[in-house]
Design a protein around this ligand. Structure first.
Ligand code: PNS
Length: 167
C-alpha cells in the first residue's frame, strides 16, 4: 500500500445551496478522520441552475455551522476541484452518498477527477439514515411552500429561507 489515507488534509466540496444537517453530518464525520478538512464551496456549479444564495452567503452559513470544529475551514472556489484540492495540499476528496440516485453522478465525477489527478483519492461516506432523503433542493421546495424546515437546516439558514420566500 503506497498511500496512507489516515490524517492529512481533505476537501469536502459542494454547492451547499444551502447547507443542510445532512452535509454537516458528513463534514463532522470527515473532520474526525482527517487532521484538517477544507469545505470547498463552489462559486457556481456548472451542471445546476443558478444558486439561490451567492457564494458569500453559502460560506457564511457554513462558517457559522462548523465554528465548533477546530480543524475545519470553509473556502469558496471557482476552479477545477482537483486544482482546489492541490492548492490546499489535500490528498483526498470526501463526498457524502445518499440514495442510489447519487451514484451515477458521483461515479462520473470520480472518473473525471481520477483522470486529472490520480494521486488524489475520492472517499465516500454513506449518509446517516435520518439524512438519506435530505437535499438542499428539497429544503428549498419545502420553504417555498411554507413547509416546516426546522430540524433539516441550521436556524440561521431556516430564517433566511423563510425571509427569502416571504418576499
Ligand atoms: O453539491 P454538488 O452540487 O454535488 O457539488 C458539485 C461539485 C462542487 C463537487 C462540482 O460542481 C465540482 O467539482 N465543481 C468544480 C469543477 C470540477 O472540478 N468539475 C468536475 C470535473 S470536470
Amino acid at each position: 500500500m503506497s498511500r496512507q489515507l489516515d490524517g492529512g488534509t481533505a476537501v469536502c466540496p459542494g454547492s451547499y445551496d444551502p447547507v443542510t444537517f445532512g452535509h454537516l453530518d458528513i463534514i463532522a464525520r470527515a473532520a474526525g478522520v482527517f487532521d484538517k478538512l477544507i469545505v470547498g464551496v463552489v462559486n457556481q456549479p456548472v451542471r445546476k441552475r443558478k444558486t439561490l444564495f451567492n457564494a458569500e452567503e453559502r460560506v457564511s452559513f457554513l462558517e457559522g455551522a462548523v465554528a465548533e470544529y477546530g480543524n475545519v475551514q470553509v473556502k469558496p472556489f471557482d476552479t477545477l476541484l482537483v486544482d482546489f484540492a492541490r492548492e490546499h495540499g489535500a490528498k483526498a476528496i470526501v463526498k457524502g452518498l445518499r440514495a442510489i440516485s447519487d451514484f451515477e453522478y458521483e461515479f462520473e465525477m470520480n472518473q473525471l477527477n481520477r483522470k486529472m489527478a490520480p494521486d488524489i483519492e475520492s472517499i465516500y461516506l454513506m449518509a446517516a439514515p435520518q439524512f438519506s432523503f435530505l437535499s438542499s433542493s428539497g429544503v428549498k421546495e419545502l420553504a417555498m411552500f411554507g413547509g416546516d424546515i426546522s430540524g433539516l437546516v441550521p436556524d440561521t439558514v431556516a430564517t433566511r429561507l423563510q425571509e427569502h420566500f416571504k418576499r
